[in-house]
Design a protein around this ligand. Structure first.
Ligand SMILES: NC(=O)c1ccc[n+]([C@@H]2O[C@H](COP(=O)([O-])OP(=O)(O)OC[C@H]3O[C@@H](n4cnc5c(N)ncnc54)[C@H](OP(=O)(O)O)[C@@H]3O)[C@@H](O)[C@H]2O)c1
Length: 285
């Protein structure tokens, strides 16, 4: 690395994958901007290792994101490593997710990512250098039942990432997709909080569907070892440090089975596989 530290931005650095990634990048000598809402967490993170600057921003608020983008545009050493990691999920059949909830989720998982990327690109272009790492999910390529809105945000992220990769390679900017499976972070607790009491508010029609899919999900996860965020942070680091990173990094305990089947099976076949996996094949309500 050159004398001048390169600047890396990690969104969602207050917990999980983002926190581990920020730590590892700082340990490798990057000047890391660690962004999220929970300032005290970011300050605690900055105390762990030299080179981390905590920045509080609520990415669900477009004006806050824009202000943050203004700050990014004026950095003396602009961002050359952008890790778009902040994100969350909500659960529920489509009828049970209000349009306001959908819009908020897209604001954080997609629109903020677009705004921040747009703010970082001019400097990357002028230097003909930089890497953008976008946190998708296995559900960027298919969807679980009762999780369509979150999966839609990750499908959209995948599309934008694929397009950017084609657009930016001629300008010397690398674009990487990270596709984690289930990882042990605060992600599930956050989803539970953001979803609220689904069973209390849903129509009785949906209850057997939630119950059955929930039971089968429990079975699916019962014998699995769910890895910690290190697994994914290491892949991000590998991509950032590589001259020739892979286009996509995928890791997690069910990735091979689900992504493998999505690649192998036709639409009918994959639908049946999912129905069977979640006990919905013969369910009639
Ligand atoms: N864990 C998994 O199983 C899994 C699987 C596939 C993909 N992913 C993806 O991996 C990424 C990281 O997730 P994680 O597992 O590390 O979850 P996590 O531990 O819940 O971390 C999520 C991060 O996003 C930040 N965030 C959420 N809402 C925000 C907002 N409005 N403004 C600013 N920051 C916000 C959170 O910070 P604050 O709450 O402090 O704002 C937190 O730092 C996400 O994009 C997620 O979709 C996770």
């Amino acid at each position: 690395m050159s004398e001048q530290k390169e600047t890396a931005l990690v969104t969602g650095a207050s917990s999980g994958i983002g926190r581990e990634t920020a730590l590892k990048l700082a340990q490798k000598g990057f000047a890391v901007i660690a962004a999220a809402r929970r300032k005290e967490r970011l300050v605690e993170l900055a105390d762990q290792v030299e080179g981390i600057t905590p920045v509080q921003v609520d990415l669900s608020q477009p004006e806050e994101t824009e202000k943050f983008c203004g700050y990014l545009s004026e950095l003396p050493t602009p961002v050359s490593v952008l890790v778009n990691n902040a994100g969350y999920s909500v659960r529920g059949a489509l009828e049970d997710v209000s349009i306001g909830t959908v819009k908020r989720l897209f604001e954080v998982n997609l629109f903020a990512l677009i705004r921040i990327t747009q703010a970082c690109l001019p400097a990357m272009r002028s230097q003909r250098k930089g890497i953008i790492v976008n946190l998708s999910s296995i559900v960027g390529k298919f969807t679980f039942p009762n999780s369509g809105v979150y999966a839609a945000s990750k499908h959209a992220l995948e599309a934008i990432t694929d397009a950017m990769r084609l657009e930016l390679e001629p300008l010397g900017i690398k674009v990487v997709t990270i596709r984690p499976g289930p990882i042990d972070t605060e992600f599930n607790d956050a989803a539970t909080k953001m979803t609220g009491d689904l069973m209390a508010r849903t129509d009785p029609d949906y209850k057997p569907i939630y119950q059955t899919a929930g039971e089968y999900t429990g079975k699916l996860f019962a014998d699995l070892h769910i890895p910690g965020p290190d697994l994914i942070a290491n892949l991000i680091l590998e991509a950032v440090l590589s001259e020739t990173p892979k286009l996509v990094y995928s890791a997690g305990p069910i990735n091979d089975e689900f992504l493998g089947n999505r690649g192998r099976l036709d639409d009918e076949g994959f639908h049946q596989f999912m129905q069977e996996k979640f006990g919905l094949k013969d369910l009639k309500v």
